[in-house]
Design a protein around this ligand. Structure first.
Ligand code: NAG
Ligand code: NAG
Ligand code: NAG
Length: 319
């Protein structure tokens, strides 16, 4: 009797100990994440204070409109997208002055606000290649954001980008020279309703023509739990020559290739990457609509089930 009591006592102590360790581990991890975020923010604020807007490279980012759309639909119920007129073409996200191992500089000139009139002559081209996919937000929403956050920083140091018009024109020029649509055209990497590829297949297809000066960025689809191809970020020096992307930061994570050949990415390396087509997006939209109607049916069924259980219980109690 004494022994078994002691045993249970020891066991519960052990369980308590294990639980405590687990809780500590989890909080340690989230604390470290928070610290990293705070550090990045403090760095930015400090540099803004010192007016240190220096940077190492320009990151030219193109995103895959169908993945952007999927994320936008998940973001809020009822969200719709503006998709490219030419089906299955990539679109520009932005041109970002960047310091290695840091984000930014960002917002380098508060007084230089976006002015649509400055880009009147390239507006049609912009609508086609620098699409604001998030329908329902202002037409110039993305452009205003990109100019004020990144353009004002590029303008300070790059003569070919020292006006709003020059900044966006340069982005369009980079797109014309290095569009992912074109780079992938002659490869077997095609979007589809279930077109998945290994990371190194996508890497090889692009690196074949531009070398290893780019990063592959993925996003997670919360509905299907798949990893989606999201962005290709190409790195350039200030003379618009290709430069390594090693050491760029994505969502608080410094991306490093460990050897010269290594792929720079935030994608999970051992999980296939989906390159979703417009049909995949349509299917997702449809599934989301169905799911919207599901809970009601479920709760209705649930009520019936409860009533049934209650009747059974009463039967049992009165018998
Ligand atoms: C900020 O922008 C204004 C134009 O709005 C310009 O006159 C000024 O020179 C810029 N300042 C810097 C530091 O670039
Ligand atoms: C784009 O290509 C043209 C023609 O080859 C070249 O003159 C120009 O410098 C390139 N621009 C960029 C930003 O790469
Ligand atoms: C042209 C080029 O840069 N090719 C490279 C593509 O990536 C592989 C693996 O990272 C390298 O070995 C090639 O040199």
């Amino acid at each position: 009797m004494e022994n078994s009591k002691r045993f249970w006592y020891a066991l519960s102590l052990l369980v308590l100990l294990i639980l405590t360790i687990c809780i500590l581990k989890v909080s340690e991890c989230s604390r470290r994440n928070l610290e990293r975020k705070l550090l990045a923010e403090r760095q930015l604020a400090l540099r803004a204070l010192k007016k240190d807007f220096s940077f190492d490279i320009l990151i030219f980012t193109q995103h895959w409109p169908y993945t952007v759309c999927a994320q936008w639909m998940e973001h809020h119920k009822g969200n719709e997208c503006i998709l490219p007129k030419v089906r299955n073409s990539w679109s520009i996200h932005g041109v970002w002055p960047t310091k290695y191992h840091e984000i930014g500089p960002l917002f380098c000139n508060d007084t230089w606000t976006f002015d649509m009139k400055q880009i009147a002559d390239i507006e049609n081209d912009m609508k086609e290649k620098w699409i604001n996919i998030e329908k329902g937000t202002p037409l110039d929403g993305l452009w205003k954001h990109e100019w004020e956050k990144h353009g004002t920083c590029a303008a300070q140091q790059i003569p070919n980008m020292n006006t709003e018009n020059k900044y966006f024109s340069k982005g369009l020029e980079m797109f014309n020279n290095f569009s992912i649509t074109k780079l992938l055209q002659e490869t077997y990497i095609k979007p589809g309703i279930d077109a998945t590829y290994k990371l190194d297949e996508i890497h090889t297809a692009i690196n074949r023509t531009i070398g290893n000066n780019f990063a592959i960025i993925c996003e997670k689809d919360h509905q299907t739990k798949q990893q989606l191809l999201f962005e290709i970020r190409m790195c350039f020096d200030k003379e618009f020559k290709f430069h390594s992307c090693e050491g760029i930061v994505v969502k608080d994570e410094v991306l490093l290739g460990h050897t010269k050949d290594e792929i720079i990415t935030n994608c999970k390396k051992d999980v296939e990457i989906l390159y979703p087509s417009s049909s995949w997006v349509a299917k997702k939209e449809w599934l989301m609509k169905i799911k919207e109607h599901m809970p009601q049916e479920k709760s209705w069924l649930y009520q019936v089930e409860n009533v049934y259980k209650l009747v059974k219980l009463l039967q049992w109690a009165t018998l």
